[in-house]
Design a protein around this ligand. Structure first.
Ligand code: UDX
Length: 440
């Protein structure tokens, strides 16, 4: 089959490469000529394990191309995916849909044959129906153009795996136009469906809501355990043991119960905020007020980390040397959007600390976003003369650290484990002051 994918960020580039991997002919489209040039040369413009290999293999096989040309894309296929970003609006909670609108407004006037546009981006409920109406208004093929929604659930760091072996496929269609989108996507995803991946057919608003509800649930699960970790701190209990014990209940499950600095990234924080904003517009704001608390619990963990560092430095961070290990919002990613690690580093700098940040993959992105922080090129350099070492992202390199690796480098043996990923007993036995979130 042939398809295009509009947008070549984390979502679009992965989808394009993976659809080619399934044997289809794919054209990735982006307005950024720099990205298109890199991708055409087999280079992934961000860090995503395994993606470069899939990209290279499929470019070499002649199945995968990239372009900035909308006319070429319209001529190339009758199935078009929409994978552009929907970031948070500046200064308010709602989602900024300008990229989605711009694709429809540019693509639709070029559609002179029947076409199916399938959205993958996370959008406020109701967007797909609006886009469908707009596309039909602008397209020469008019009523023969339809918009369907096939939300994407991929996690950064596991994007290829999640796309090629998803938990489920959800397709929302316009009930006025049954048949075509379903037929095309069943054919496109045939190998996955043959592998028993559940295929759920819904209407448009349900498909849009599945995605934001999933993210709201995941964010709530993380904030739940982080709220419990505040109680653990007040009582001396250990949230890690508690989560292990809770996780054995199959109804609860252990995943997403890791207490610590909480969630960040380009999805969970902005998705729960956009979800609240949309519910408000729909007159259902009361239904989601709990998400405000989910957001506040999450942000409180960041200030808690700063408090722990302040206390460890004798009550003031002024002039203290702080090593921050981790800048990415999570390991196996170079994404620093809404990163708890950089947020904490920035807050400590505002309190007068001399902060030195190290991350194995996210330094370039961090420098662009937070140019005023100091960046080190290794753990040892970040920890040089440190009054406290903070683990803010649980990269394997940091989980493998032993107390002896840092003892000679630091000024004070203080370790604050923002991801509860090190063994408190081991560090304490080596003479370190260990502080975790929700334990010790
Ligand atoms: C998320 C959803 O998982 C994915 O389905 C959706 O498509 C996009 O948003 P992603 O943002 O890549 O994916 O990261 P995820 O692995 O979900 O982690 C989100 C954040 O939660 C990270 O900052 C992570 O450190 C944090 N987290 C995760 C915790 O603090 N505790 C946990 O137990 C799990």
């Amino acid at each position: 089959m042939r398809c295009t994918v509009f947008g070549t960020g984390y979502l679009g580039a992965t989808h394009a490469a993976c659809m080619a991997e399934l044997g289809h002919e794919v054209l990735g489209v982006d307005i950024d000529p720099g990205k298109v040039a890199k991708l055409s040369g087999g280079e992934v413009p961000f860090y995503e394990p395994g993606l470069a290999q899939v990209l290279e293999r499929n470019i070499a096989a002649g199945r995968l191309h990239f372009t900035t040309s909308y006319p070429d894309a319209a001529a190339f296929a009758d199935l078009h995916f929409l994978g552009v970003g929907t970031p948070q609006k500046k200064g308010e909670y709602g989602a900024d849909l300008r990229h989605v609108h711009s694709v429809i407004d540019t693509l639709a006037p070029l559609l002179d044959r029947p076409a199916v546009i399938v959205g993958k981006s996370t959008v406020p409920v109701g967007t797909a129906a609006e886009l469908g109406a707009r596309a039909r208004e602008l397209a020469p093929a008019a009523d023969d153009v339809e918009v369907a929604w096939n939300p994407e659930f991929l996690r950064e760091g596991f994007a290829v795996e999640d796309t090629l072996r998803p938990d489920r496929l959800v397709l929302g269609i316009d009930p006025q136009r049954p048949g075509r989108a379903e037929e095309l996507l069943r054919e496109l995803y045939a190998t996955l469906i043959d592998d028993d991946v559940p295929f759920l057919l819904t209407d448009l608003p349900t498909a849009e809501l599945v995605k934001v509800s999933a993210n709201a649930f995941l964010a709530t699960k993380i904030s739940f355990i982080n709220a419990i970790s505040e109680v653990c701190e007040a009582t001396g209990a250990d949230v890690t043991q508690l989560a292990d014990a809770l996780g054995y209940d199959a109804r609860i499950g252990r995943r997403f119960l890791n207490a610590g600095l909480g969630f960040g990234g380009g999805c969970l924080p902005k998705d729960i905020r956009a979800f609240m904003a949309r519910a408000g517009e729909l007159g259902a704001d009361q239904a989601l007020t709990f998400l405000r608390e989910v957001d506040s619990i999450n942000m409180r963990r960041r200030t808690k980390m700063v408090e722990l560092a302040t206390r460890a430095c004798g009550g003031s961070l002024l002039g203290a040397n702080i090593a921050v290990l981790g800048a990415a919002f999570k390991p196996e990613s170079d994404d620093v959007r809404d990163s708890p690690a950089l947020n904490v580093a920035g807050m400590m700098q505002l309190h007068g600390a001399v902060v030195s940040v190290f991350d194995p993959k996210a330094l370039d992105n961090s420098r662009r976003l937070f140019p005023t922080l100091n960046y080190a090129t290794s753990v040892a350099e970040a920890c040089d003369n440190a009054d406290a070492v903070l683990v803010a992202t649980e990269w394997d390199e940091f989980k493998a650290l032993r107390p002896g690796d840092l003892a000679a480098t630091v000024r004070s043996k203080v370790l604050i484990d923002g991801r509860n990923c090190l063994d408190p007993a081991e560090w304490a036995a080596a003479g370190w002051t260990y502080r975790g979130l929700g334990r010790s």
